[in-house]
Design a protein. Structure first.
Length: 381
């Protein structure tokens, strides 16, 4: 057994008392059936990152959070490791020229997509965000969102991306949390009866944001694959900020995963480490621990240094404070022979746990099938 019961909550990894307290607050709701914390857990907005809550006939917009359908996609390519390594600097520069990174970024080559003909856009608040969504389709955003190129343990090339539903998801979350009476300083979740009209509209909007995030990650992967003159041989795609309707212990429940990846038996998942560490492809196992985890696993390595503490603050263009420097970040990457375009100290490997350590706690619930070693990383500045 690799989890502990902390105040009756199954917790993988070293319990973060603040995150445990957050999950406990969520579980006090009368519709909450059970919950769990994955080994990469840390403090979040109301529901902790790495936290899972099962609700009966209810949904929590604060649980799904503001980056609806944030997730990962990994594709294995038919291009040689030698070709990627020999041209990595040029490849990364080409990616930055053709893919938009950063907060508020737009895609000048945004494709027309069938999802923009979805009837869900007729829900009143969604229509005003349609143009924003169309302009941002296939953009990466800022923070910990990335495009990575990897060589795996069999010397095969993988492309990995991490981002969500961009401004659309943020607008949906903001609107429905406010409409349900949520306040910025709340410590208890906004929970809606799924039969209420507001909940039905939220679920439709959440699902639309999910389709949008999938379409964006597909576009980026296809675009870069085409730039490389390669073909996709295998793909693994998953959200990790979302709500799923699933059957657990003979009950149909809404499973709200925030910073947690679905890992049902034999289901494959892509889990990214920090910019300077391994990533992995895993598959879910059928075990008692898996059931306790609500068939979920980690979504990354887990932050241990806050963004503000790592990067400090900027006033009049000058950096004040910060425990992690650009030099520290670049030295880590150079020592690992990983090429980096963009990136900032608050996303340095120093700010995260080592993925190998986090995975160790989840051995009874997932099996690592492929280990991916980063060759090149692109992030926003």
């Amino acid at each position: 057994m690799t989890f502990v019961l902390h105040e009756s909550i199954p917790v993988w990894g070293i319990p973060n008392t603040n995150a445990v307290a957050q999950l406990k607050n969520c579980l006090e709701h009368e519709r909450a059936v059970s919950g769990a914390l994955m080994a990469d857990h840390h403090l979040g907005y109301i529901q902790p990152i790495g936290g899972i809550i099962a609700y009966e006939d209810a949904i929590s917009p604060t649980g799904v959070g503001y980056d609806i359908a944030c997730g990962n996609k990994a594709v294995r390519l038919d291009i040689s490791a030698e070709e990627i390594r020999n041209n990595i600097s040029k490849i990364l520069k080409d990616i930055t020229k053709n893919i938009s990174f950063g907060v508020g970024g737009t895609n000048k080559n945004a494709p027309e997509h069938d999802l923009f003909h979805d009837n869900t856009w007729k829900i009143k608040p969604l229509l005003k965000w349609k143009k924003l969504a169309a302009n941002q389709l296939g953009t990466i955003g800022g923070g910990n969102h990335y495009v990575d190129l990897f060589v795996d343990n069999k010397n095969r090339i993988w492309l990995g991306v991490h981002f969500g539903s961009r401004g659309l998801g943020y607008q949906i979350a903001t609107h429905y949390i406010k409409a349900a009476g949520g306040k910025p300083n709340d410590i208890y979740p906004v929970v809606l009866d799924v039969n209420d009209n507001l909940a039905q509209d939220y679920l439709a909007a959440m699902k639309l944001a999910g389709k949008y995030a999938y379409a964006g990650r597909n576009w980026v992967c296809n675009k870069i694959t085409s730039m490389l003159g390669a073909n996709i041989l295998e793909e693994i795609h998953n959200h990790h900020n979302y709500a799923w309707y699933e059957k657990h212990n003979h009950k149909h429940l809404w499973i709200v995963r925030k910073g947690a990846t679905p890992a049902h038996p034999q289901q494959k998942c892509f889990i990214g480490g920090s910019m300077g560490d391994i990533s992995v492809i895993v598959k879910g196992l059928d075990s008692l621990e898996s059931k306790k985890a609500l068939h979920s696993t980690i979504h990354g390595a887990g932050r241990v240094i806050s963004r503000t503490k790592a990067a400090g603050k900027y006033r009049s263009g000058k950096r004040i404070g910060g425990t992690i420097s650009y030099n520290m970040m670049h030295k880590w990457m150079k020592d690992k022979n990983i090429h980096l375009e963009g990136g900032s100290p608050d996303e340095s490997p120093h700010c995260y746990r080592r993925l190998e350590d986090v995975l160790e706690y989840h051995k009874p619930t997932i099996q690592v099938t492929d280990t991916l070693y980063p060759v090149g990383v692109v992030m926003s500045h």
